[in-house]
Design a binder for this molecule. Structure first.
Ligand code: DSN
Length: 420
């Protein structure tokens, strides 16, 4: 089977062999391994080319039609295309495509609608939230009075009645629905209702599930939330970066919060790549891709459960799942991550709800299917992937056993080429 895309690095090869070699080795690692980190993906050649192009040379502080530098005629074309495509894809009233990444995107929204010490509500990091959702070591937990919600101890799923109760008690100025390690579908309508009941600004961070929302596979909160942030490089399959979408009423404040409030010159080559990514996600084939991500994820969860591995909340509705390796195999998340890595299978250690272990060496691992689906794998292939995972976990103490699995993984991956 032929690879889908090539990489053209001829000048780099001539000029800087060390970096060229490291990039080639990284490409080989990506192609020869099973990539299960659910926040990663493989971008198309068109996205790669846009990222490696000359808009990187330009300064363009400001917004289309109102820049602080000359010579932005074509950068305006690029940014306007990115904005219009983003709005179309997510049915957004307004889009800011300049945030450099997810954390600054969240920060820009907080800065636009809250004052220091205001109260906001977000999900606990250890139960599926993100650092920027109010963790004490992060600016969000330091600057604001953070009320953290979690999952129900028994179901390991969100308990919307409990969230409503907490919101009524604490009266947050902003209610955030956002997750990096939550495997279930979100009831965004219920979040909106809760926010309305307590008069909170209603925000979502859909970084992980943006591709699913854009494709209509999961509900898209953009049309009725006040503001929604997302990174562009996860299920959305674009360049590293982020966008903020919001109601027209908040557009000016949020734009000002991004620039001049926080950021300087936008990364125009990345804006170009975001525009390409949105165009790709608007194609009918992207809907099939997003559906297949979820089909693969459900198939993988079932196969792993059949092998006696406990999956948090007993399954998944989206692109990811949490495997309780400590309970199922007596391995810590760190030990499991390392064993899998030695077998050419990549994941990240992750806390599971109510974890008694530390985030540095927790009880679980987080795995997902966006990359495998991009490579063309289907449900039947998840059987193989699950076998490799289980075998590697069971061989965690045997270097030669893990090395042998790595060779099998490589032979399997050759059937799903992507970059030449
Ligand atoms: N680091 C990202 C993730 O892996 O989920 C979130 O920002």
């Amino acid at each position: 089977m032929a690879a889908k895309y090539g990489m053209h690095l001829d000048f780099l090869k001539e000029e800087d062999t060390e970096i060229y070699n490291a990039i080639q080795s990284e490409k080989q690692r990506q192609m020869e391994g099973i990539e299960l980190i659910p926040s990663e993906n493989l971008v198309s050649q068109a996205v790669l080319e846009a990222m490696g192009s000359v808009p990187t040379n330009k300064y363009s502080e400001g917004y289309p039609g109102k820049r602080y530098y000359g010579g932005n005629e074509f950068i305006d074309v690029i940014e306007n295309l990115a904005i219009e495509r983003c709005k179309k894809l997510f049915k957004a009233e307004h889009a800011n495509v300049q945030p450099l990444s997810g954390s600054p995107a969240n920060m820009a929204v907080y800065f636009a609608v809250m004052e220091p010490n205001d109260t906001f509500m977000g999900m606990k990091l250890t139960e599926g939230g993100h650092l920027t959702h109010g963790h004490p070591v992060n600016f969000s937990g330091k600057l604001y009075n953070c009320v953290q919600y979690g999952v129900d101890r028994k179901t390991e799923k969100l308990d919307y009645d409990e969230i409503e109760k907490q919101a009524k008690e604490t009266k947050p100025k902003l209610l955030l629905s956002g997750y990096t390690a939550y495997p279930r579908e979100i009831d965004f309508k219920r979040f909106r209702e809760i926010a309305d009941k307590v008069g909170a600004f209603c925000m979502a961070d859909i970084a992980h599930i943006a591709g699913l929302c854009a494709a209509g596979v999961h509900e898209n909160p953009v049309p009725y939330f006040d503001a929604v942030t997302t990174t562009t490089h996860k299920t959305l399959r674009g360049p590293r970066g982020a966008v903020i979408m919001c109601k027209k009423d908040f557009a000016e404040k949020i734009d000002k919060s991004v620039f001049p409030g926080m950021q300087g010159g936008p990364h125009d080559h990345i804006t170009a790549a975001k525009a390409v990514c949105f165009k790709e996600a608007l194609q009918p084939s992207f809907k099939d891709y997003a559906k297949q991500i979820v089909k693969n994820s459900k198939a993988l969860a079932k196969e792993l459960m059949d092998k006696g591995l406990r999956i948090v909340s007993n399954g998944t509705d989206n692109h990811l799942m949490l495997v309780d390796v400590f309970k199922s195999r007596g391995l810590s998340g760190k030990e499991a991550e390392l064993a899998l890595e030695k077998a050419g299978i990549y994941c990240n250690k992750n806390t599971i709800p109510f974890d008694k272990r530390t985030p540095w060496d927790p009880s679980g691992i987080r795995i997902g299917t966006p990359v495998l689906t991009t490579r063309g794998m289907k449900e039947a292939d998840m059987k193989e992937v699950a076998s490799f995972i289980a075998k590697a976990l069971d061989s965690s103490k045997s270097s030669s056993g893990l090395e042998a699995i790595k060779n099998e993984v490589k032979a399997f991956c050759i059937n799903f080429p992507f970059y030449r």
